[in-house]
Design a protein around this ligand. Structure first.
Ligand code: HEC
Ligand code: HEC
Ligand code: HEC
Ligand code: HEC
Ligand code: HEC
Length: 259
């Protein structure tokens, strides 16, 4: 046998294995780069445990993103605020709204119900318990310390990259990439939903976009989502500056994003 077939046939199995794996990876890569579903997670808007509205707190009350997402300029993660940040205001905020049917009557704003009960420092409970362990509704109420006070809220995660991708907020925000580029107009959202695909193509489209200065802006405008360039000259000067200063990882720099 060994005389009929040339020597390299002995290594055929390994050759085939390498070729197959290589071919598979190439297919995965090509499919992902050129045909990846741009709408993969776009539109995902989970219901949150408390109906917190960015439209109200940012759009109307004008709070800066960094008031709550304190780490966004400093670390990899933006992080969601602790309940103490909310309660700085919500311990004091008026809780009653006028009943539309009976102007004399006050109703509790149902959207604030969780903040007014579960997350208050003190809660009202019936003063007495019946022998069958049920609250005695006729006994009046007393205020007691709330065991749930300032406990973390189980917020549902909206944007999530696969574990094999490395992404750092601080790097982007400090170089003038606005939240709006990756999250859309959060200041107009009553509920946060994903607006951009956050696919590999999405990231690379910006990293390649040297013509537009990689879509950066002055760093002090990153949280002003409605901001636009005051004039073309200012924009042109910034683009020129960015082209000199910035060099985001391109298509072949796999290990910058997959480390
Ligand atoms: C008053 C506090 C507060 C302010 C101000 C605020 N946020 Fe948030 N943000 C939250 C809370 C609480 C959540 C989690 C609940 C939710 O998703 O709605 C959140 C969630 C988010 C998420 C989704 C996180 C995820 O799970 O993927 C994004 C994106 C976001 N905020 C962006 C912004 C941007 C951009 C701004 C400024 C324009 C901003 N936020 C201002 C409190 C705040
Ligand atoms: C700077 C002060 C401030 C902070 C901080 C703040 N809020 Fe508010 N929030 C308000 C005001 C003002 C209102 C409007 C109250 C009203 O309509 O009666 C409000 C309303 C709300 C409502 C009712 C929404 C509605 O549509 O009626 C919810 C729920 C709420 N806030 C949750 C939160 C949560 C959760 C946090 C922390 C992540 C937070 N707030 C942080 C000031 C604040
Ligand atoms: C270049 C794109 C990009 C920009 C700019 C950006 N984000 Fe994000 N953000 C992401 C990605 C991607 C994730 C998911 C990260 C993950 O899964 O590890 C995310 C996640 C988040 C989360 C969820 C918690 C966390 O840290 O993972 C919050 C909150 C958030 N971003 C807020 C902001 C705010 C506020 C700004 C602007 C000051 C901002 N982001 C700017 C891409 C961006
Ligand atoms: C709107 C433009 C824009 C988008 C979208 C964007 N980036 Fe970037 N990225 C930049 C800029 C600008 C830099 C900074 C380059 C520099 O400092 O030279 C950068 C730098 C980086 C770096 C190198 C710095 C570091 O953290 O090690 C990585 C990695 C990176 N981006 C990953 C991502 C990923 C992953 C995504 C998609 C989820 C993404 N980027 C989306 C503009 C963008
Ligand atoms: C700018 C950052 C960035 C660079 C550079 C990059 N990738 Fe990616 N890659 C991503 C992101 C983001 C995803 C999508 C992750 C997700 O879906 O959560 C991804 C996904 C993938 C996947 C999974 C396929 C799938 O279906 O999602 C493969 C395989 C991959 N990348 C290979 C590569 C190779 C090979 C290179 C170099 C030639 C490369 N990447 C360069 C950011 C990058």
């Amino acid at each position: 046998m060994s005389n009929i077939f040339p020597k390299w046939v002995d290594r055929m199995r390994e050759v085939l294995a390498v070729a197959t794996i290589g071919g598979f990876l190439t297919v995965v890569f090509v499919v992902n780069t050129y045909f990846s579903d741009e709408n993969l997670s776009v539109g995902y808007t989970p219901t949150q445990p408390i109906p917190f509205s960015h439209e109200l707190h940012v759009g109307q009350l004008n709070l800066d993103c960094r008031y709550c997402h304190t780490n966004v300029e400093r670390s990899q993660h933006a992080t969601v605020p602790a309940m103490s940040v909310c309660m700085g205001c919500h311990q004091k905020i008026k809780t009653d709204i006028t009943d539309p049917d009976d102007k004399q009557k006050k109703l509790v704003n149902p959207k604030l119900a969780a903040l007014l009960t579960k997350y208050q420092a003190e809660i009202e409970v019936p003063a007495k318990i019946n022998p069958d362990n049920s609250p005695d509704k006729n006994s009046g109420t007393v205020k007691v310390a709330n065991p749930d006070y300032l406990k973390p809220v189980p917020w549902v995660r909206v944007h999530k990259l696969a574990d094999y991708v490395y992404f750092n907020h601080a790097v982007h925000v400090k170089q003038g990439v606005s939240c709006v580029e990756c999250h859309g107009r959060v200041d107009q959202m009553a509920e946060v939903g994903q607006q951009k695909s956050l696919s590999m193509k999405f990231c690379l489209d910006c990293h390649r976009d040297s013509t537009n200065g990689f879509n950066t802006r002055p760093a002090d405008k990153v949280t002003d989502l409605a901001w636009t360039w005051p004039n073309d000259a200012a924009k042109a000067a910034h683009i020129l500056e960015s082209q000199k200063k910035l060099n985001p990882p391109k298509d072949k720099d796999c290990s910058s994003c997959h480390r």
